[in-house]
Write a protein that binds this ligand. Structure first.
Ligand code: NAD
Length: 267
């Protein structure tokens, strides 16, 4: 249904690329104005230009409180309000196993992936409290739900985003502000394509043997910020092809075959 966000104003952080770009595009398709906030000025300006008058770009480092406040102020001045905040910007950090990780990117990963989400929620929330409420979506990851080896700092930051989101959903509920998480997995974008073969991970780990696209995650974000989710706050919605539910049946079959005890009469 086009026009689901007609009259609304949104911010998408990390909107210059991947999931954020797809989310900004869908938000505009649904009738809202959007401000794309990113450290990538060329990419952000390009996305905003393609979207026309309904979009604008604001250079923003989400780890900076001053930048986030300037982003909110710019958005309200440019489009007359702020109803939707999508705290999507993120970086991967080191894939190293923990004992070999010098943790040199710890501060930056936490600053972007956690403080950025907290600042975005706080500064957008302060505006929304005084202006009739709103909806906030924070991007976590299945890495914040499922434990695993490697990417330890990223996993810790993304897990913290979930707990933060649930806590602040309770705090902001009395102001008609809903706060939810989306948890993507295995969407091929610049954040992961340089680190590993996404299609191979999908084959091994994802029950739905379909390559997820940024648009799939954008659709989930749209649901959570639209009135269809009016009764939904404090949830984590995985967009993961079933990965957090369990292994694909093909993998379970291989494990069963490899571990079966021989039946009577068989060697
Ligand atoms: P991406 O690399 O395509 O996009 C990330 C965007 O964030 C980029 O445009 C980048 O410039 C921007 N960014 C980075 N640091 C920033 C900062 N300090 N301030 C503002 N912008 C900044 O990756 P993506 O896959 O679209 O990732 C979007 C979000 O989804 C991230 O939070 C990521 O952790 C999460 N995620 C992605 C996947 C996946 O499979 N792609 C899985 C789980 C979670």
């Amino acid at each position: 249904m086009a026009g689901e966000l007609a009259g609304k104003v949104a911010i998408v952080t990390g909107g210059a690329s991947g999931i954020g770009q797809a989310t900004a595009e869908l938000i505009v398709e649904e009738g809202a104005n959007v401000v794309i906030a990113d450290v990538d000025t060329d990419g952000g300006e390009e996305v905003a230009a393609k979207l026309g008058d309904a979009a604008a770009f604001q250079h923003t480092d989400v780890s900076s409180a001053d930048d986030i406040q300037a982003l909110v102020d710019f958005t309200v001045e440019r489009f007359g309000g702020l109803h939707v905040m999508v705290n999507n910007a993120g970086i991967a950090g080191s894939p190293r196993r923990f004992l070999n990780d010098d943790l040199r990117d710890f501060d930056r990963v936490l600053a972007v992936n956690l403080r950025g989400v907290m600042l975005g929620t706080q500064r957008a929330g302060r505006h929304m409290v005084d202006n009739g409420g709103g909806a906030i979506v924070n991007t976590t990851s299945i890495a914040g739900i499922n434990a695993g080896a490697g990417f330890t700092t990223y996993r810790a930051a993304k897990a913290a985003v979930i707990h933060f989101t649930k806590s602040v959903a309770i705090e902001l509920a009395e102001h008609a502000i809903r706060v939810n998480c989306i948890a993507p997995a295995h969407i091929e974008t610049p954040i992961n394509s340089s680190l590993y073969e996404v299609s191979e991970i999908v084959r091994l780990m994802q029950p739905l043997q379909r390559q997820g696209r940024p648009r799939d995650v954008a659709e989930a974000a749209l649901y959570l910020v639209s009135d269809r989710a009016a009764q939904v706050t404090g949830v984590v919605l995985p967009v993961d092809g079933g990965t957090t539910a369990g292994l694909p049946a093909s993998q379970q079959k291989s494990i069963s075959a490899a571990t079966a005890r021989p039946k009577d009469g068989e060697q």
